[in-house]
Design a protein around this ligand. Structure first.
Ligand code: MTE
Ligand code: HPA
Ligand code: MOS
Length: 750
């Protein structure tokens, strides 16, 4: 089935926040934000801005009727700064004006005096100064300290990875319309409609039922709108409550880049111990997560770093600790992979380090340590239905790894100024929110009297194709044509208390809730048909909109059946619920079974480095991916390609840069480079691993949104291998992204 949005997208007809027609009287909100990364606010003079014709009013923390607090996990983040500022870009006030340009002009007229305080941008420095967002956590399996003596080889080092700007095409925004009796209708570009609703209710001091959040779709979220769509939604709602006019807040690109958090940069230490047979028998790591100035989702993200610290490898003795370090950057947040990539990169670095010292290929170590059924993760979950070895051997066979390696070797022998590098990257990613209580969802189905069907779920469409998958789920149960089914907007009055669209689990959770609507509806319809046809219910079947009795066509079709059921006073609406079974986790001992299942796969990356310029091109990425039984190969392959390229961008070219004063230097598309069509790999081949699929995945089709991003980590090591081939004096460094600048330095290092 095609993505139901394809036509609308290419015709420019799909509705995003900025396409919602505005109502007469709408005010435009522009955020005034801190020019300094840390300091005491001594004075703010709003008078010139306030007096600009067209400015309606300026809202600050003093206008907040209830709590000036938006922290989702910890209450440590004010909506508007009060006496202090903690990062450049921190919202201080919302200017409401007749037009956006007037509001932006007014912003320039605000005068602020800040007494500057010391700025920390480095997470290690924050840890030294005891600036932690919350206490560190450690996952432990076996006994590393007792194992070092048994190791034949031990290697230690550091591995750093930088952050990443989400660069959703649609920037953050929201539109609030005041309704009667103090109700507010809020359109928001958010992955978490309930988070926006709940936080707005708290700040405005009204119950949740007075705020209706509606989401049509997002022009991308990538995690950046899981938590950080909330402030703009709350500001719009607050503006509407105070001004009694509709209020629209939609960030310009540079405002968005400056004010919002990104993927967390990490600075990490590793120590890896191997046996003579190259088994990894001990692994220790310390992760320093650069959290920024407030918690946001950092606790959950830090936890996922620990969950994925050994990637696809079974290590019997593991001790990994993570620190969430408070710095004067915008609070960093969810980004595809949610801390997992940052953890996986470090063990891959440790393996590359070991292989380099032992003068062997990293594959030799990777291959020997892949998870098998019955192995244990450091957090106690036992590995089952492992596809680590199967995807590894499939990638080797299907893409003739040995021949590829030979080609690379020959090329490098024959070429002086171009060198190729090859790497393998296995992935293993846990599916479920790591926070068990978040793993449930609801869906609402109405069958209308004419046989058309309307579906609402808690899922937010942001390009990942979840709406198409929801239509497929219903169509497959009812056995009717997909054009009879409409997917409604995501709306908190139709489906309440939703978890955000995140953790790659949206289709699983909402799809299974939807199955719990459609199955009982179908049962009632079959009962209606069997009564009418005077047969047993089990003899009734619907195929392509026609009712069959014992495989014989009847004169009943879907429309007639629905009409009949309605006249018989059968309920044609269902509200289904689903909660993932089996999962649990006990934080007091850091053990449990947090994931419904894992997604596996392996990628081969081949790069060519121009050894005069330091530039590089990816010749090919060849992937064997564990889709389970993909319910939509077009969408799922698209997710693999998109995630892969996003991962390569993170590892190679996207360079987030803050100066020591905490000011973002890579603050526009001219200074922050993401992969374009020229820097995308020349070829991407994706093979599906043949498996049974998993019972807890929707229609046995495994979650696909985040896992393939981590194939991109292989890009770093492929480039490194090419640099090594050119310069025997090059010393391995793990400092992602591997930008052309760093490549050039590496090529000519002595
Ligand atoms: N794909 C597109 N096109 N746009 C996005 O914003 N977000 C990713 C992924 N794929 C994203 C995307 C992230 S971070 C997640 S968690 C999943 O989609 C969420 O959707 P799912 O749970 O339906 O996979
Ligand atoms: N993934 C994404 N978002 C989340 C998670 C997670 O595991 N936990 C809480 N929010
Ligand atoms: Mo995705 S980072 O879980 O929104």
């Amino acid at each position: 089935m095609k993505n139901i949005d394809s036509k609308g997208h290419v015709r420019g007809e799909s509705i995003y926040l900025d396409d919602i027609p505005v109502i007469t009287g709408t005010l435009y909100g522009v955020v005034f934000d801190s020019p300094k990364a840390h300091g005491k606010i001594k004075n703010i003079d709003y008078s010139k801005a306030q007096n600009l014709p067209g400015v309606e009013r300026i809202i600050t923390y003093k206008d907040v009727p209830s709590e000036n607090q938006i922290g989702g996990i910890f209450p440590d983040e004010p909506l508007f700064a009060e006496d202090e500022v903690h990062f450049c870009g921190q919202p201080i006030a919302l200017i409401l004006a007749e037009s956006e340009s007037i509001a932006r002009k007014a912003r320039k007229l605000i005068e602020i005096e800040i007494e500057e305080l010391p700025v920390i941008v480095d997470p290690r420095e924050a840890r030294e100064k005891d600036q932690l967002i919350f206490p560190p956590r450690t996952f432990n399996l076996g006994d590393t300290s007792a194992t070092w003596n048994d190791c034949e080889y031990i290697f230690e080092g550091v591995a750093d990875s930088n952050g990443q700007e989400h660069l959703y095409i649609e920037t953050q925004g929201a539109y609030a319309v005041p309704m009667e009796n103090g109700h507010i209708r809020l359109s928001s570009s958010t992955q978490g409609p309930t988070a926006v609703q709940k936080t707005a209710a708290k700040v405005l001091g009204i119950p949740m039922h007075k705020i209706e959040v509606d989401v049509v779709r997002l022009g991308g979220g990538f995690g950046g709108k899981e938590d950080q769509a909330t402030p703009w939604g709350v500001m719009a709602a607050l503006g509407a409550q105070i001004a009694k006019n509709p209020v629209k807040v939609a960030l310009h690109r540079m405002d968005d880049m400056r004010m919002t958090g990104k993927r967390h940069p990490y600075k990490s230490d590793y120590k890896i111990g191997l046996s003579k047979e190259l088994k990894i028998i001990a692994y220790e790591a310390t992760f320093h997560q650069n959290a920024g100035a407030a918690a946001d989702l950092s606790p959950a993200i830090m936890e996922r770093t620990l969950f994925h610290a050994t990637n696809s490898y079974f290590v019997p003795n593991v001790n990994v600790t993570a620190y969430s370090c408070k710095t004067n950057l915008p609070p960093n947040t969810a980004f595809r992979g949610f801390g997992g990539p940052q953890g996986m990169y470090v063990i891959e670095a440790a393996i590359a380090h070991a292989a380099n010292e032992l003068n062997i290929s990293p594959h030799k170590i990777q291959e020997k340590n892949l998870f098998k059924n019955g192995d244990e993760f450091s957090f106690g979950q036992v590995v089952d239905q492992a596809q680590a070895e199967s995807s590894w051997s499939a990638v080797k066979d299907k893409f003739a790894l040995e021949a590829l390696e030979k080609e690379v070797k020959t090329f490098n022998q024959e070429n002086k100024h171009f060198k190729k590098g090859l790497s393998l990257m296995p992935i293993c990613f846990g599916i479920s929110f790591t926070n068990t209580p978040m793993n449930h969802a609801r869906a609402l189905v109405h069958i209308y009297q004419d046989g058309s069907v309307g579906i609402s779920t808690g899922a937010v469409e942001m390009g990942q194709g979840v709406n198409t998958k929801m239509v497929q789920v219903a169509a497959d149960i009812f056995k009717i044509n997909t054009d009879k089914i409409k997917l409604e907007t995501t709306n908190t009055t139709r489906v309440a208390n939703t978890s955000p669209t995140a953790a790659s689990a949206t289709a699983d959770l909402n799809g299974k809730a939807l199955e719990n609507d459609c199955n009982p509806l179908l049962k009632r319809l079959k009962e209606t048909a069997s009564k009418h046809l005077d047969t047993v219910t089990s003899a009734i079947n619907i195929r392509e909109g026609i009712v069959y009795d014992n495989d014989e066509k009847t004169d009943l079709n879907w429309e007639k059946l629905i009409e009949m059921a309605f006249l018989e006073r059968v309920c044609l609406t269902e509200n289904g619920h689903y909660a993932t079974p089996l999962i649990h986790f006990d934080k007091t001992i850091e053990k449990g079974h947090p994931f419904a299942y894992h997604v596996y796969g392996t990628a081969i990356s081949i790069v060519t480095v121009d050894c005069i310029r330091g530039t590089y091109e990816f010749d090919a990425i060849k992937i064997v991916h564990d889709f389970g039984k993909s319910m939509n190969t077009a969408i799922d392959n698209g997710q693999v390609e998109g995630a892969l390229v996003q991962g390569i961008g993170w590892m190679t070219m996207e360079e987030l840069l803050y100066n020591d004063d905490g000011k973002l230097l890579s603050n526009a598309l001219s200074t922050y480079k993401i992969p374009d069509i020229y820097s995308a790999p020349k070829s991407i081949e994706i093979e599906a691993l043949t498996t049974e699929g998993h019972e807890l995945a929707i229609k046995k089709s495994k979650a696909v949104g985040e896992p393939p991003l981590m194939y991109g980590i292989g890009a770093y090591f492929a480039i490194q291998n090419a640099v090594k081939a050119f310069n025997p004096n090059y010393k391995l460094k793990f400092d992602a992204p591997f930008t052309p600048e760093k490549v050039l330095m590496g090529l000519y290092e002595r």
